[in-house]
Design a protein around this ligand. Sequence first.
Ligand code: ZN
Length: 414
Amino acid sequence: MQLRYNYRAYPDAAQRRALASAFGCARVVWNDCLRDRKEAHAAGLPYVKSAELSRLRITQAKRTQERAWLAEVSAVVLQQSLRDLDTAYKNFFDSLKGKRQGRKVSPPRYKSKKDTRQSIRLNTNAFSLQDDGTVYVAKVGGLKTKWSRRLPAAPTSLTVTKDSCGRYFLSFVVDTEPDILPEVETDAGIDLGLSAFAVLSDGRKIDSPRFLRRAEKKLKRLQRELSRKVKGSKNRAKARIKVARQHAKVADRRRDFHHKASTQIIRDSQAVYVEDLAVSGLGRTRLAKSVHDAGWSAFVGMLEYKAALHGRTFAKVDRAFPSSQVCSVCGFRDGPKPLHVRRWMCGECGTVHDRDHNAARNVLFEGRRIVAAGRAETLNACGAPVRRAHVPAQRVEAGSPRKGQTTQAGIPGL
Ligand SMILES: [Zn+2]
């Protein structure tokens, strides 16, 4: 399976300039090619093939005066940018045709100099790991890198990114063998909530750590301050940088917390079940802010790939499943309960339930049922896996990064 490993890099001034022009060139190729395809589409012409775009927008463009600077960066960067655009289009078309699971993918967007995240992608022709610990990037040079953990194998590709607070990251894709953990007896249902971050079916509660809540509070304060500053003023620019730094801090800490919690849960349980949350649906309600802050989908994604990595079972329980309405002891369906109701008594058997704990137990039972049914079906279908958790390919940077999206980190402690 493919995993991403992220490291911080510290380019010197000349390297930062070289990277800036590489980011710019990759963006220009992306935008030029995207424009050609959009215009062809608008004119009712067929989809412009990549080979044609490569010739027109890369090879020939380098010979024109207005795009001559494309020749200053590695050709791999330009080709990869076009390939990423192809992937973004493929994802969009697959999503349109219903070939792709999950939420709808929007068509590729133009990239801007002002995007919070700038990136280039390289294959092994354009980067290499040096004996002195630097990472050589074609036409940029050897980047000083902080190796926070060991790469398990030779990487197959590299993404260099710069985030909104000016930090540089190297993200390697590595093919690794699953690291199967010894079997354990327990399985766990997880209810992701707003009062506690998560409640497990055995009654354990995982709260958001205090330092994370404190950092989030500070972020809110800084954002308020920013909104009060006069547009275009120097103070506003300063406040914006402060917000970006705090944003990065919160994102880093939250990701770190997610990694620790998900690793722990996967180590402790042979099977893990979570509710398939309609986060995009909830996001439109009043709860939006706290829902997105909690970063559930990132957390669920970590559980999913760590389960695959360590040989654990993982399943999502249908979001239509009424986990908070059903009594987990007798199965009586007690009707919907408003969010403020934290405890309730089953009208049938009289058990007093903690709302989240009850939901987690229901998720556990439903998850077990789904997996058992999946196994039965698997046997019927000549061994074709039916509802087995698929190994999520770690996110590849195709398509335009959405505003506010942060870089994805690797996996500590594996
Ligand atoms: Zn009951």
